[in-house]
Design a binder for this molecule. Structure first.
Ligand code: HEC
Length: 102
């Protein structure tokens, strides 16, 4: 009886862990652009808030991912974007590019 209880407890814990892992595999792009502050210039959906900022909507996802990687490494130089991209992980960049790009 006690063993059955323990086993069902472990099965329940395993289910919770699987659900948690599923959640982290589908990151929310809309939440990330707000959290990272991208919305301040590029808007929620990639329509820039002023003409001095580029629109990101309509760009290819791959192009956006390559640009963010280049800003992060310093290969592409821009004072604002080098700072914005400095702490982004590969996963962040993939999520941001998928959110804004097509
Ligand atoms: C303070 C305003 C500002 C913020 C905040 C900002 N950006 Fe930018 N972004 C710019 C400017 C200005 C450029 C153009 C820089 C250049 O000429 O290289 C740019 C360029 C880009 C480009 C390249 C566009 C192209 O057509 O090549 C991408 C991609 C990009 N930003 C993504 C992001 C993401 C993702 C975030 C959030 C992590 C972010 N930006 C936050 C101002 C901003």
């Amino acid at each position: 009886m006690r063993i059955t209880l323990m086993i069902s407890k472990w099965i329940a814990i395993a289910f919770v862990m699987v659900f948690a892992a599923c959640g982290s595999e589908a990151p929310d792009g809309a939440a990330l652009v707000a959290e990272k502050g991208c919305v301040a210039c590029h808007g929620e959906k990639g329509g820039a808030i002023a003409p001095i900022y580029p629109h990101l909507n309509g760009q290819y996802e791959t192009y956006l991912r390559l640009q963010l990687t280049a800003y992060r490494s310093g290969k592409r130089v821009n004072a604002i974007m080098n700072g914005m991209a400095a702490d982004l992980s590969d996963e962040d960049i993939a999520t941001l590019a998928a959110h804004y790009g097509k």
